[in-house]
Unconditional design. Structure first.
Ligand code: SAM
Length: 232
């Protein structure tokens, strides 16, 4: 598996190799208890979780010492593979399922991470919290919601001038068409779309680079459940 990572240009050191091995082992051993992932074959985990998460590094090279929030992080994707590659990245993982937060804390301790924080809660609530609102250089999110809904959940966390990297696939164009109003209200601008093919025909990945151009009206995000019920 490590050769596979190398073939994608990720030259891992000993510590990083061990961290990915431990990450895989913990995902599998704790999966039943924490309900973490449907993907369990080793090669699939390395491609669909680890490599997929790391694709961002082909696009962004200045993650050192930056702050990043991962909305709906689940078992840590995409932020924790990025943390392995860039140890100085300050990661906050937010998820509404407390079980998963418990797993992430245990994982983080086992992998020896510093400057990571895992928060149990809904993006709609934490986006209104002064300690979190407009506090992050970067936000990431994968497999959480369609784009117009996601923008309301994620953009309040991003500093003005900061960037949201939305991991999308399959319906990118339709989601973008539907998200025009949300883009305007969330003071967001699509800068670029980067597309990648995963190996072994395991699908494609689009990373949408979305910049925050100005402050968002305080009424966003709306209360939990409202963004989903009536997306912008
Ligand atoms: N990002 C991970 C990945 O790609 O493997 C997990 C994806 S999982 C399908 C979606 C996650 O988003 C779940 O863990 C769920 O609890 C979380 N989630 C959904 N809506 C949320 C919200 N409004 N606020 C916080 N977390 C949310």
């Amino acid at each position: 598996m490590i050769d596979l990572m190398r073939s994608f240009g990720f030259n891992l050191n000993e510590t990083q190799i061990l961290q990915f091995q431990k990450y895989f082992a913990m995902l599998i051993t704790e999966n039943e208890k924490y309900n973490l992932t449907a993907i369990t074959e080793e090669r699939d985990v390395y491609v669909k979780h680890f490599l997929d998460s790391l694709l961002l590094l082909s696009t962004v090279t200045d993650l050192e010492d930056k702050s990043m929030i991962d909305i709906g992080t689940g078992a840590g994707f995409p932020s924790l593979p990025l943390k392995i590659l860039v140890p100085s990245l300050k990661v906050t993982g937010l998820d509404s399922l407390n079980k998963r937060i418990g797993f992430l804390e245990m994982l983080s301790q086992n992998l020896g991470f510093t400057q990571t924080k895992f928060v149990h809660g809904r993006a709609e609530d934490f986006g209104q919290n002064k300690l979190y609102r407009e506090s992050y250089d970067y936000a990431v999110s994968r497999a959480v919601a369609e784009l117009r809904l996601l923008l309301e959940l994620v953009m309040p966390f991003v500093k003005v001038g900061g960037t949201f990297y939305a991991y999308k696939s399959l319906k990118t164009k339709t989601e973008l068409d539907d998200a025009k109003n949300a883009m305007t209200l969330m003071k967001s601008s699509l800068i670029e779309i980067r597309s990648y093919d995963l190996p072994f025909d395991m699908g494609t990945r689009d990373i949408l680079i979305i910049e925050k151009m100005g402050k968002i009206d305080k009424k966003y995000p709306r209360k939990p459940g409202v963004p989903k019920k009536s997306p912008l």
